[in-house]
Design a binder for this molecule. Structure first.
Ligand SMILES: Nc1ncnc2c1ncn2[C@@H]1O[C@H](COP(=O)(O)OP(=O)(O)OP(=O)(O)O)[C@@H](O)[C@H]1O
Length: 434
């Protein structure tokens, strides 16, 4: 570890303390996570969930583990350094994020998560503090609780952060799935709009109560494996009706509201996967939609008469009302088009007829090559005073372009921009429910 000079402490978590450090030869800035417990054998280190999960994953939206160093029975993870976490960014933010910014953060979270789930892992502790950001690039971090999808239930109880915890975990379901990550994504998406947590429970019961206040009472049969459904029954002695989510998150578009509703479904089976979420219309506003092929002169006359463009677009099923169509596609249409531009665009549109999906980045997927910087090919190093490390390098894969959308919006509600946040005072806030 003498190759690194510690610069400052970045965070002190449950499993370890994280420091900003500089590599003394390359001057690369890194984050060093020093684990709190001692490690006497390399085998123990390699069995850690964080190492097992991260060695399998190499993706632009997943934090890169560069090295593992064991020195004097202490274990250090060397990560690529990231400047901020999403919690800090939200805390320091003085005005709301634009939907464009939120879309960018969320598409990165979902791409990282899709990669993780495809590789057979789920994170289990997604929260704004674990989403690291540098120059608008977001990476998922803290795989301390990551679990293999194939590992057998029942899962032992674990301490994820309450506010982002899925209902099936709160109800101590014995079989939870990657859908618990999707619940967390929904709550983080909501928080990016309001800059405050949507379900800020003060105890586990209060957490369930706050969820009920927004989603309404669930169907009791949703959680067949839950060992603690009585928790819900205690809360829902009388039926709680769902709130209008547009009242709770007044600055969110209808597409965002729809996605949050789906992600925060009581029933884990109803939540979209990360891949499915990326296909949701919320991510499709960057599309260039061609004007219908019509006579340029006719369009010119229409524009002069002040008529709105007649959008005959069937990208998604927006319902029968023409206004619905218009609402859903506001960002796809140039808002103030001059007559001359209109004529020009129509003639261009006839030839081009292009769909451009600007929100998706052509990410280059990467895979890991493991190399031991030690003579021992088994990775087991008995001398306790030795300082040994694992390092990781990567190779490039061809870029991936996302598929087209097939996500219907079923519930379109008016977007009430000036509605106050729903006040959710809870009878379950006292500490004796902990
Ligand atoms: N690669 C990194 N670059 C910069 N900061 C980091 C990095 N990794 C972690 N941090 C900071 O350190 C904090 C704690 O890190 P991490 O969550 O990995 O530790 P932990 O012990 O598992 O914590 P927790 O108790 O939240 O599970 C993070 O919230 C983040 O702010």
């Amino acid at each position: 570890m003498e190759r690194y000079k510690i610069l400052e402490e970045l965070g002190d978590g449950t499993c370890g303390s994280v420091f900003k450090a500089i590599h003394m030869e390359t001057y690369e800035i890194v984050a060093v996570k020093k684990m709190k417990r001692k490690f006497y054998f390399w085998e123990e280190c390699m069995n850690l969930r964080e190492v097992k999960a991260l060695r399998k994953m190499n993706h632009p939206n997943i934090i890169k583990l560069k090295e593992v160093v064991r020195e004097n029975n202490e274990l250090f993870f060397i990560f690529e350094y990231m400047e901020y976490n999403l919690y800090q960014i939200m805390r320091e933010r003085e005005r709301p994020f634009t939907e464009e910014e939120i879309r960018s953060f969320m598409s990165q979270v979902l791409q990282g998560l899709a990669h993780m789930h495809k590789n057979g892992y789920f994170h289990r502790d997604l929260k704004p503090e674990n989403l690291l950001v540098t120059n608008d690039v977001l990476k998922i971090a803290d795989f301390g609780l990551a679990r293999e999808v194939s590992s057998l239930p029942p899962y032992t109880e674990y301490v994820s952060t309450r506010w982002y915890r899925a209902p099936e975990v709160l109800l101590q379901s014995s079989t939870y799935t990657p859908a618990i990550d999707m619940w967390a994504v929904g709550t983080i998406l909501a928080e990016l709009f309001t800059l405050s947590p949507i379900f800020p429970g003060e105890s586990e019961i209060d957490q369930l109560y706050k969820i009920c206040c927004v989603l309404g009472t669930p169907d009791w049969t949703t959680f067949p494996g839950a060992t603690n459904v009585s928790r819900l029954m205690n809360i829902c002695y009388s039926e709680i009706l769902p709130a209008n989510l547009s009242d709770v998150i007044p600055n969110a578009s209808l597409e965002a509201i729809d996605l949050i509703m789906r992600l925060c479904s009581w029933d884990p089976l109803k939540r979209p996967t990360a891949d499915q979420s990326l296909q949701h219309p919320f991510f499709h506003v960057g599309m260039w939609v061609p004007y219908p092929i019509r006579d340029p002169l006719e369009l010119k006359l229409n524009n002069i008469a002040g008529a709105k463009p007649n959008l005959e677009l069937n990208l998604w099923d927006f319902g029968a009302e023409p206004d619905d169509c218009f609402l859903g596609l506001t960002l796809a249409v140039k808002p103030s088009i001059s007559n001359l531009e209109a004529v020009h665009d129509v003639s261009q549109g006839m030839e081009e007829n292009i769909l451009l999906c600007s929100d998706f980045k052509n990410h280059q997927e990467q895979s890991v090559l493991w190399s031991f910087i030690s003579p021992d090919q088994n990775g087991i190093h008995p001398p306790v005073e030795s300082s040994l490390s694992l390092s990781f390098s990567s190779i490039q894969h061809p870029s991936v372009v996302p598929q087209s959308s097939g996500f219907p919006i079923t519930s379109l509600q008016p977007n009430i921009l000036d509605c106050p946040l729903l006040a959710m005072s809870s009878p379950f806030q006292q500490s004796h429910y902990h």
